[in-house]
Design a protein around this ligand. Structure first.
Ligand code: ADP
Ligand code: MG
Length: 289
């Protein structure tokens, strides 16, 4: 069993979360159909997402790329149940997201979605461990004791056990992003949405993050969507989608896109990484009690 699988399987999870997802490569687990979203009105109206349709499958790592202002964050927000589209439909795990009530949406997000943002979005007043604990207490009604144990296990496996008691201000950028990833993983989500998750990190930490996200897809069957403008991440993706002026361009496989992107941008694409984890995932710390 690979290290990431161990990360998930060794946590003491609720029966629901511990049940592996049925891997269904044939059909999309997340589908956007004819999505439209604009901001402002009259002359100031900007169409951020213009008739976008996209299908994402379980077990795959997807990149959404394109120039600044092309609508990537808006599309990610619509697909991830955060922003209501003006037109179109999002089907997630067979459910029609935007016909749900606010309460149903909230429940859907809590149960199925994890979000990772560029600014980490950590609570300044909470320790690394508490950042994870609140997710478990709110999302899964875990007891204090259970939340502490699971937080400690996941942080330990990300090599952050010794920093579990520190607050964000006491952590480096790479460490903060690692806590944000741990928080995303601790609830074992069906969907992971990440908006520019590596842009504040150096390449080594960025690679570690993207490998972890890819591992969530491969090992756990999560559907992962990452917005990025970093072409070095392309070799890690199963599929790459391009946006321009609110329009989703025809999808191409990562390998094809490397050729396409490099001819346009002359960015050096690194070779595919060797098949070994670069992030140090260590054994869970023994837990008392
Ligand atoms: P990207 O993530 O590709 O940089 P965005 O989705 O953030 O693009 O934005 C797409 C377009 O929509 C841009 O022109 C942006 O200015 C506009 N936009 C995004 N969010 C808002 C908002 N909350 N209010 C007004 N305009 C917005
Ligand atoms: Mg953006």
């Amino acid at each position: 069993m690979c290290m990431l699988s161990r990360l998930f399987s060794s946590t003491s999870q609720s029966p629901d979360a511990a049940t592996p997802m049925v891997h269904t490569p044939a059909g999309p687990t997340l589908e956007g159909i004819g999505l439209l979203r604009a901001f402002g009105s009259g002359e100031a109206r900007t169409v951020a997402v213009n008739d976008a349709s996209i299908g994402l499958r379980s077990g795959e790592m997807n990149l959404l790329m394109g120039p600044s202002g092309s609508g990537k964050s808006t599309l990610l927000a619509i697909l991830s149940a955060l922003l209501r589209p003006e037109a179109g439909q999002v089907r997630a795990l067979g459910e029609d997201l935007w016909t749900m009530s606010e309460t149903q949406l909230e429940r859907f997000r809590l149960r199925n979605c994890s979000y990772i943002f560029q600014g980490y979005n950590l609570f300044p007043a909470l320790t690394a461990s508490q950042q994870l604990e609140v997710v478990l207490k709110w999302g899964e009604s875990a007891t204090n004791h259970e939340a502490k144990l699971r937080a400690r296990t996941v942080l330990g496996q990300l090599g952050m056990a010794h920093k579990a008691h520190l607050r964000p201000a006491q952590l480096s950028g790479g460490e903060k992003q690692r806590v944000a990833i741990a928080r995303a993983l601790v609830k074992n989500p069906n969907f992971i949405f990440a908006d520019e998750p590596t842009s504040a990190l150096d390449w080594e930490n960025g690679q570690a993050v993207i490998e972890l996200l890819r591992g969530c897809a491969r090992d756990r069957g999560a559907t992962v969507l990452v917005v990025t403008h970093d072409h070095r991440l392309v070799p890690y993706a199963d599929r790459v989608f391009e946006m321009a002026d609110g329009k989703l361009q025809p999808e191409s496989l990562a390998h094809d896109t490397v050729t396409f992107l490099s001819s346009e941008t002359s960015v050096d694409i690194p070779p595919l990484p060797p098949d070994r984890p670069r992030l140090r995932l260590v054994e869970p710390m023994p837990v008392a009690g």
